[in-house]
Each structure stands twice: as structure tokens, then as C-alpha cells.
Write a protein that binds this ligand. Structure first.
Ligand SMILES: [Zn+2]
Length: 281
């Protein structure tokens, strides 16, 4: 049996990303951005690209609006005390088999008033975030359909050429080695340097979050108050950016959480990498 070879690419009506067109429909693809509305195989798989059909996009925009309104209503009900989450996350436990942190859950009724309050606040924040993301995606989908519907598909030859050009442009820009805190080459633009700094900041925040997890896992007393020192709380609310990780803050982290020395070492590496990127030509 002969397989049909894709010659063009088109944009998905649901996720908006560009994929190969096989025959007249898009190749199967997954959806990775998750905020409740999407998961698993993208509903735009095996459907026509937005260039030739926008029915599914318009339906999705409508569906996202309905979903956003539902999540807003969920947030209001939580705020009014009409509903509450069924479970409370009391911390995270490192699973040595999967090598991942996994949530520790208890029934809502079993939580202290403080834990119940925190869980409700977290559920409100999640519902509001889902609504915000759904609305933003609806706006960008509609904009994409307005721009691309009726336009020709992208020929794969042109797509490859564009990819090659992008790769060539990348070669002339600096290469950052975060572990060694070195930069080879020069940054071609302010944007290229900023992109690397942003990457380091994201890594920094992710690493620092591990300290926050240790804090959140501290036990609570009978009244529901977390058993911790003022310094531990300060460290929890502490740094979000590498430049905030001063010698004073670093010392405070080690004093408050001596078990986090390895994390501090990683943070040191990221601070050094940030300085290297800042000072590179
Ligand atoms: Zn898709």
C-alpha cells in the first residue's frame, strides 16, 4: 500500500499549531498545554486545517467561552462557600520508584480549618486561571482563523527552507553552557540575550520551588498553624529571580533548611550562568 506523502503544512483549527497535511486533513497530534479544557489527542487531528475550514475553530471559540464562564461560576461558588474541593493536598512526598514528587491528599472534612481555607483559596485561583487561559486561547484562535482562513497552505519545501534559515541564524548567536556558567560566541541581539536570561530565570524559579515544597511539607500544630521559624517563612516567600539570591538570602536558606544544600548548589550555578550571560559580548 502506498502511503500519501505530505507536501504541505497547515494550522490546526483547535490548538493553532502548524502540522503536516496528509491528503486534506492534519496529521494526528497531541495537545500539551493543559488547563482543564484540552488534553490527550488534539481534537483538530484528522480535521481540515484552518486555511481550508474554520468551522471547528469557531465551535472551539464558543466552547472555550462556555468553559471560561463555568470556571468563573466555580470560583464564585467557592468564594461564597457553596462548594469546596473534595481533597486537600497537605504536602508532597518523593516517590523513590518514579523519582517524582507526588501529592499527599486527605479528605476535605479531615483537614484543619486552616488547611480547608488554603485548599479553597487554591481551588479559586485554579478556576480563575483556567477561565483566564481559556479566554486568551479563544482570542488567539479567532485571530489566527481571521488571518489564515482562505490563505494557501505552507509548502513543505518552503517550510524546510525557513527552518534551515532559522537554524543558520541560531548558529551565529551565543551558546550558553549553564552548568559551566560560560558563553561561547556573541549575542546577536538584545532579544537573544533576554531569551537566555528568561530561560535561566525559569530554571531558577523551578529549583527554588523545591525549597518551597520542603516548607509546605512542614507539619502543622493542633490549631492548624504551620510549625516553622520566621526565617523559614521568609525564605518561602523569598527569591523569584537569580539577582535576588544575595549572599544574605543564600545564608538564610542554608540556615533555615540545611537539608537543601544541594538545591542551593544548583541555585549558585544558575546565578553564575546568569552573570555570564549578562557579561558576555
Ligand atoms: Zn491541534
Amino acid at each position: 500500500m502506498a502511503t500519501i506523502k505530505a507536501t504541505h503544512r497547515g494550522n490546526c483549527q483547535v490548538c493553532g499549531r502548524q502540522h503536516h497535511v496528509v491528503g486534506v486533513t492534519l496529521a494526528k497530534h497531541g495537545y500539551t498545554v493543559e488547563y482543564g479544557y484540552f488534553n490527550g489527542t488534539c481534537r483538530g487531528s484528522d480535521k481540515r486545517p484552518v486555511q481550508t475550514d474554520r468551522t471547528l475553530t469557531d465551535d472551539t471559540v464558543t466552547g472555550l467561552g462556555v468553559y471560561a464562564a463555568q470556571r468563573d461560576a466555580d470560583a464564585e461558588k467557592l468564594k461564597a462557600g457553596d462548594t469546596h474541593p473534595t481533597k486537600i493536598k497537605t504536602g508532597e512526598k518523593f516517590n523513590t520508584t518514579t523519582r517524582r514528587y507526588e501529592p499527599v491528599l486527605i479528605d476535605f472534612a479531615a483537614g484543619t480549618p486552616m488547611q480547608q481555607h488554603d485548599a479553597v483559596q487554591a481551588a479559586i485561583a485554579r478556576a480563575e486561571s483556567d477561565a483566564r487561559h481559556a479566554r486568551a486561547h479563544a482570542v488567539s484562535l479567532k485571530k489566527m482563523a481571521d488571518e489564515l482562513h482562505g490563505k494557501p497552505l505552507v509548502a513543505i519545501d518552503d517550510f524546510r527552507k525557513a527552518q534551515d534559515e532559522a537554524r543558520a541564524a541560531k548558529r551565529t548567536t551565543a551558546v550558553v553552557d549553564v552548568k559551566a556558567a560560560t558563553v561561547a560566541g556573541t549575542f546577536g541581539s538584545k532579544a537573544a540575550r533576554k531569551a537566555e536570561l528568561d530561560k535561566i530565570t525559569r530554571k531558577f524559579e523551578k529549583e527554588y520551588d523545591k525549597i518551597r515544597e520542603v516548607y509546605l511539607a512542614l507539619p502543622r500544630d493542633a490549631e492548624g498553624h504551620r510549625v516553622c521559624t520566621e526565617q523559614q517563612t521568609e525564605v518561602y516567600y523569598g527569591c523569584h529571580y537569580p539577582h535576588e539570591f544575595t549572599a544574605k538570602r543564600r545564608a538564610a536558606v542554608l540556615e533555615a533548611f540545611p537539608q537543601c544544600a544541594d538545591i542551593v548548589k544548583e541555585l549558585d550555578t544558575l546565578v553564575a550562568a546568569r552573570n555570564a550571560v549578562k557579561n558576555a559580548p
